[in-house]
Ligand binder design. Structure first.
Ligand SMILES: C[S@@+](CC[C@H](N)C(=O)[O-])C[C@H]1O[C@@H](n2cnc3c(N)ncnc32)[C@H](O)[C@@H]1O
Length: 343
């Protein structure tokens, strides 16, 4: 059944209204289950591992672990690169059956696929551009009070409808100081996801790599329309009702919220850095030096990857790396530069 129809049915069954978080969950479930090309130049977006091997080869230098669990492995490209660099056992937890099949074809028996988080995991958990796909609740701070922005059917499509916020959402929204009127997201699912990751690791680190900010920047007075963004065939736009199930819907991460959730569940923040700083600390310049500088045909694509990964105008500053640890002292990627106190 098309996603549009499936969502409309659920809205009708629930009395005419669902939270935006539920809408996003249904739309993204359909999107990631679908067969369309999502990754790379011919798809909807290009992630760091899809640019080439520079990201994965550099990340490998910052992973002193013999077990890796990758969440949401996309096309399997990062796993492929890391497995060439590291002698480790590799697990993948992927919620999309279609992508799991694609990863299995690419990686074969070098990877063990998991259906749920393990217990007592020892090693590194990696989540690159996964947490931004977790459903967010939308909140409107208005002169009339704090509202939850939800979705109703309208004609063949959908429209916004606000209702007074309640429960945990109201409690979280009340803690955030913003000018009125103001609309933004609160990632309750990302908080719960972080807690469950921390609980599943007994000894090791969780690396969350994604775009986002600490709370004070996230809920900045000038960001009054939030960070929700859709990606459809390399076009970014802000209307999540445009192509339900056929496009990516994401929100930036509030890294302070993830850090809080982790600390409450017994993990430490081992580091928080921009992607550029993290990759430089891991030794991206050494990896670049291994390239054949004399041969422009060989060097130019690698230099282009470095530019994309490191430049403040591209992924270098907006993307951050958050490391949450249990029983693990320090990591090379955070040896210099910003530390957890910036969260
Ligand atoms: C934007 S893609 C990123 C893929 C890959 N990590 C990369 O960097 O190219 C998001 C991935 O996360 C998966 N995913 C979404 N929600 C997830 C969840 N709760 N747990 C595990 N994987 C999830 C999607 O199916 C997809 O593989």
């Amino acid at each position: 059944m098309p996603a549009r129809q499936r969502i409309a049915q659920e809205i009708a069954a629930r009395g005419g209204w669902i939270s935006f978080a539920r809408y996003m969950e249904l739309a993204l479930h359909a999107y990631y289950s679908g067969g369309a090309q999502k990754f790379g130049p011919g798809g909807d977006f290009v992630t760091a591992p899809e640019l080439g091997t520079l990201f994965g080869r550099t990340l490998a230098r910052g992973l002193p672990f013999t077990s890796i669990l990758e969440l949401g492995a996309g096309s399997g490209k990062l796993a492929e690169t890391l497995l060439k660099e590291l002698d480790c056992e590799y697990f993948i937890l992927e919620t999309s059956a279609a992508l799991r099949e694609r990863q299995r074809e690419r990686l074969g028996d070098r990877v063990t696929f998991l259906d749920r988080l393990p217990q007592g995991f020892r090693g590194a958990v990696l989540a690159n551009e996964v947490a931004d796909a977790l459903p967010v609740h939308l909140v409107a701070w208005t002169a009339q009070g704090i509202m939850e922005r939800g979705v109703r059917s309208e004609g063949e499509g959908f429209a916004w409808e606000d209702r007074p916020a309640s429960g945990q959402l109201l409690a979280e929204a009340s803690r955030i100081e913003v000018p009125v009127p103001y609309v933004s997201e609160i990632g309750l699912a990302a908080r719960a996801w972080t807690r469950s990751l921390v609980e599943s690791v007994s000894d090791g680190v969780i690396l969350v790599i994604d775009y986002g900010f600490p709370r004070r920047e996230y809920y900045h007075p000038q960001r009054g329309a939030g960070t929700l963004m859709c990606h459809y065939r390399h076009r970014a736009h802000a209307d999540p009702f445009a192509h339900p199930g056929e496009e990516d819907i994401t929100a930036h991460l509030d890294f302070s919220a993830l850090a809080e959730a982790a600390r409450e569940s017994g993990a430490e923040v081992l580091g928080y850095a921009t992607q550029a700083r993290f990759l430089v600390n891991c030794g991206i310049t050494d990896v670049l030096e291994q390239a054949n500088v004399e041969n422009a045909l060989h060097y130019a694509p690698i230099a282009a990857q470095a530019q994309k990964l490191l430049s403040p105008a591209e992924m270098g500053e907006l993307f951050k790396v958050l490391a949450l640890g249990r029983g693990c002292a320090s990591l090379p990627g955070f040896s210099q530069g910003e530390r957890s106190h910036t969260l």
